[in-house]
Design a protein around this ligand. Structure first.
Ligand SMILES: Nc1ncnc2c1ncn2[C@@H]1O[C@H](COP(=O)(O)O)[C@@H](OP(=O)(O)O)[C@H]1O
Ligand SMILES: [Mg+2]
Length: 252
């Protein structure tokens, strides 16, 4: 029988439960073990958990997961779960880093409608079930969440255009929710990513009232035939115009 929990609560619970699977895998893994084996075990363990749980809770829905083969049935489905079982895989394998996440989002007839980003090592979850309020503006310089391991070539140009400060961290989900927990003001990414990297972060951010778009200002589209979705902006709404104008001066 399908799970009676509503989609928002289900997304939150699945992200939290997958996070517990990941924490257990990390705790049981030998301290001197191969980091790649830990990354693979995490990707696989969380993916298997989410696939089983979704098959039980929502047997009629399709799933698009970073760790699964892409099933074209999703392009004919009205409801598709877009999941990244472990975002920030690199950071997951660098114990005790806590900047990694589980992403669970639901796309329904053209739109993202529910989702959750769990940060298991921080015991936090951000979801469309209980949308957080946007923190007060600091009044200081714009703080940009950026990749700690892949700083893009265009970043110095953006820093200059916005007179911004950088806050490096792992995981697209962690970077997006850093705008919601008040530790940054914007997350700008370009140069490559996939639908699962941004679906859950974007639906949670948008539900909270943050601005979200592609770097050219267009709408982020999900459940597309090609799952490459290489860029995005998530920022405080009052900064959207300024960030879009700055980004428009860059060459990606
Ligand atoms: N240029 C690129 N091409 C493809 N994926 C990218 C990318 N830059 C970042 N990503 C993905 O975005 C997530 C966050 O990366 P980062 O912390 O460097 O910003 C990671 O997801 P995974 O950990 O799920 O692989 C990473 O693989
Ligand atoms: Mg990812």
């Amino acid at each position: 029988m399908a799970d009676p929990r509503n989609d928002h609560i289900l997304a939150r619970d699945l992200a939290v439960e997958a996070g517990k699977v990941l924490l257990a895998i990390r705790a049981d893994f030998p301290q001197d073990g191969d980091p790649k084996a830990l990354r693979d075990a995490g990707d696989r363990g969380s993916h298997d958990f989410l696939m089983d749980a979704l098959a039980q809770a929502r047997p009629d829905d399709a799933v698009l997961s970073e760790e699964g083969a892409d099933n074209p049935v999703r392009l004919r489905s009205e409801r598709v779960w877009i999941v990244d079982p472990l975002d920030g895989t690199r950071e997951f394998s660098e114990r005790p880093r806590d900047d990694w996440a589980v992403h669970v989002a639901l796309w329904e007839r053209g739109e993202l409608v529910a989702g959750a980003v769990a940060l298991p090592a921080r015991d936090q979850v951000f979801s469309t079930d209980a949308v957080p309020a946007i923190p007060e503006a600091t009044g200081g310089p714009i703080r940009l969440a950026v990749s700690r391991s892949r700083p893009p070539a265009w970043l110095p140009g953006l820093v200059e255009a916005l007179d911004a400060e950088l806050v490096p961290m792992g995981s697209a989900g962690v970077k997006a929710v850093s705008v919601l927990d008040g530790s940054t003001d914007a997350y700008v990414h370009a140069g490559g990513q996939y639908e699962w990297d941004s679906a859950a972060p974007v639906v949670v951010a948008a539900a909270a009232g943050l601005f979200t778009s592609r770097v050219d200002g267009s709408k982020l589209l999900y459940n597309q035939p090609n799952v490459s979705l290489p860029d995005l902006i998530v920022c405080r709404p009052e900064l959207a115009e300024q960030v879009l104008a700055a980004v428009a001066t860059l060459e990606f």
